[in-house]
Design a protein around this ligand. Sequence first.
Ligand SMILES: C[S@@+](CC[C@H](N)C(=O)[O-])C[C@H]1O[C@@H](n2cnc3c(N)ncnc32)[C@H](O)[C@@H]1O
Length: 302
Amino acid sequence: MEPLERYRPIIDDFEDFLAACQRPLGNAVRVNTIKASVDRALATLEAEGLAYEQADWNPRVLDLETDSPGSTWASFHGFTHGQEEVSAVPPVVLDPEPGERVWDCCAAPGGKATQIAALMDDRGTVVANDNNLGRISALRFNAERLGATSLAVTNADARNYSLSRFDFDEFDRTLVDAPCSCEGTIRKNPDALDNWSPDHISSVAGIQKGIIRRAIQATREGGTVVYSTCTFAPEENEAVVQHALEAEDCRVVDFDLGLEHAPGLTEWDGQSFDSSLEKAARIYPHHNDTGGFFVAKLEVTA
Ligand SMILES: C[S@@+](CC[C@H](N)C(=O)[O-])C[C@H]1O[C@@H](n2cnc3c(N)ncnc32)[C@H](O)[C@@H]1O
């Protein structure tokens, strides 16, 4: 927990935050509405005698009372997919519509890409990209299991992603669920902080800046880019969005989350950020008994 001490000045109820970080996380699943309505998925779980609780902010997200959410009949049928509650937030903020072209530029193993396809009623195009070939097989497997036929998989570095392979030259919406230092996954993975170092944070922040810039360039004017990480580090969150504001044509916009959260920061370690960063959301484990996440929504401007 030592690395998290650096956040004491910016997190209210810091002792509650630390205590929450040490509690193991329950098992959450998302109802895959490509294959089943919420009612049908719930009925299948009930028939198996499994207790669940629907998230207040999203009835498709369930806290499931089982140690093996991937071994239920509902999962076997593709009606549910194991996905942390807070991990279901970015696609909801992205708010894709059926028929659109959406790029999930860091997509493996596909929890959010398949959620995006479901939010679009599996109509349109979801380009799910990842630079890690090993993780691509899990992405393909999940897309097939969940019946996401609108999803195309590519394997490339998002920082210099070429659209020449497509018959269109920009996306309507893009999700950057960036590689990060994963501090916010500590409840699921108690070893998450073992390799923590300032050098790692600054190296991954460099990658994040390259990815968010390409995401904005590849999205049409008036389109949406959502930037998310599962870390608390401002260097990987507000500082990355600040870099995008300075380097590309975009602005930070509001969104209604329905989940308790803190606003994004306007300063950290001597660096000031644009006041619009307050529209971003910092979701801490003690807020809603979830993992930690950062989400910012950008509109691409002229
Ligand atoms: C947080 S994970 C994505 C999780 C995924 N969005 C989901 O919901 O299942 C970040 C991903 O970014 C990928 N990645 C790292 N660097 C990348 C790059 N330069 N271009 C594309 N993908 C990258 C990693 O392989 C990893 O799968």
